[in-house]
Design a protein around this ligand. Structure first.
Ligand code: ATP
Ligand code: MG
Length: 409
């Protein structure tokens, strides 16, 4: 039986549900004691389109994780993503009349930065301070106790469409679980694969999963921009299936087994035997043929990612380059192709800073799941359990999250 402070991360992805159970030793120090992954049925491009199928998949992942960890799971930290997510930067200001900044002032200035930025059909899921400015002095992280006349805050705010967030929370609730927190998936992945130095000097995370590609830009140690593209690695399966005349299942299998991200990297061309569609025998295809199908689609994804990075305004301020992660980036040569298209240094991000069951989670597809645990441990969510049993649930989840963020600073 697990002891101590146990938290659970639930990554409800387009292709898989990943459930991770961990004991928290200290903020940022977690030991994983249970891992389970189950095919995800019921999501498209990161959003829930079938409640029943999603609930079934979640239940299966939870039951397996409970067995492995030897503990009952009652509440989870959940990742949220999809094309309905919007993010924006805000700026707030209050006057202090030459006295010390207090925690209440921090809450007020953050409140003023978010005021008016929330349309009725959207809910705030994150409000993250980027910097505080006291009497014109910029880049202050902890202003409490400083004397000043004017306090300003720059913040990054992430909102979700209420109905999409409700559908996700409903799936978790119908699986018999409480939601402790919703965390934007790329914020979670960033916790798992980016180093503090990279965030300080400037870095972009690109998490390419099955149905979405999520982006987060960091500079000066804080988050500056988040965005997502509603295509991911599953689109390669369609292209391979069409191009080679194979079923989608076979296409996915050969992509994962033999796929190489760029034809430039296929040195030893090798024949692969695949089943033709509708059981009409087997045929030979070459690795080069496969790479020639995969490359243009990955190029398209990286080109769209480059456009998003440029839109952030930080493209020229990222000396640490790009960290790619997510299941689709496990394909050999992804870093090579990303570097070519993004024109910056690229490395593959695999979850680190964890102990326990490393062999099961040291994979790019586990970045979000591991990141949910790290985020949870850093934000002490286990002490802030919320029961999701009434129609006011969403307001309570989101209000609580707002409070956690203001607690942080
Ligand atoms: N070795 C590999 N080579 C290429 N693709 C791979 C490999 N391993 C996994 N993939 C692909 O990665 C994708 C799944 O990645 P991941 O588990 O990160 O997605 P997800 O979290 O379920 O989806 P999303 O985050 O988009 O909602 C699938 O398209 C899968 O085929
Ligand atoms: Mg994912």
């Amino acid at each position: 039986m697990a002891q101590g402070n146990v938290i659970v991360g639930l990554d409800i992805g387009t292709t898989k549900i990943l459930c991770l159970v961990a004991e928290v030793n200290a903020p940022g120090d977690v030991e994983i004691i249970g891992v389970s992954t189950h095919p995800s049925k019921g999501l498209q491009r990161g959003i829930v389109v079938n409640i029943e199928s999603t609930v079934r998949s979640i239940r299966q992942a939870i039951v397996d994780a409970e067995k492995m960890a030897g503990t009952e799971i009652t509440s989870v930290i959940v990742g949220i993503a999809g094309g309905h997510i919007r993010s924006l930067n805000g700026h707030g200001m209050i006057t202090l009349r030459n006295r010390e900044v207090t925690q209440r002032d921090i809450d007020r200035v953050i409140e003023s930065a978010t005021a008016g930025a929330q349309p009725a059909d959207r809910e705030v899921i994150h409000v993250m301070p980027q910097e505080f400015i006291v009497d014109g002095e910029r880049k202050i992280k902890h202003p409490v106790g400083l004397y000043g006349v004017k306090l300003e805050a720059k913040i990054h705010m992430v909102t979700a469409q209420v109905t999409q967030a409700q559908n996700l929370v409903k799936c978790v609730h119908n699986s018999g679980l409480d939601v402790q927190s919703l965390v934007l998936e790329q914020i979670a992945s960033s916790e798992a694969v980016l180093t503090p130095d990279e965030r300080d000097v400037g870095v972009v995370l690109v998490d390419c999963g099955g149905g979405t590609t999520d982006i987060a830009v960091f500079c000066d140690g804080s988050i500056k921009y988040t965005s997502n593209i509603t295509i991911g690695g599953d689109f390669l399966d369609n292209d391979i299936s069409f191009g080679l005349g194979a079923s989608k299942v076979v296409a996915k299998e050969i992509k994962e087994r033999y796929g190489i991200a760029s034809a430039d990297l296929v040195d030893e061309d090798e024949d692969i035997r695949i089943d033709k569609i509708a059981g009409s025998g087997r045929k030979k295809v070459s690795k080069l043929e496969l790479a020639n199908i995969v490359e243009p689609r990955l190029e398209e994804i990286f080109t769209m990612a480059r456009r998003e990075i440029m839109r952030s305004g930080y493209y020229d301020m990222l000396p640490a380059g790009c960290v790619i992660t997510g299941g689709s980036m496990a394909m050999p040569g992804s870093d090579y192709l990303a570097q070519k298209i993004l024109n910056m240094p690229v490395r593959l991000g695999i979850p680190s800073q964890i102990s326990g069951l490393e062999e099961l989670v040291s994979k790019p597809e586990c970045s979000t799941g591991v990141g949910l645990l790290l985020w949870g441990s850093n934000n002490q969510v286990s002490n802030k359990k919320i029961r999701i049993r009434d129609p006011q649930v969403f307001k309570r989840v989101f209000n609580t999250m707002r409070t956690w963020f203001s607690d942080l600073f």
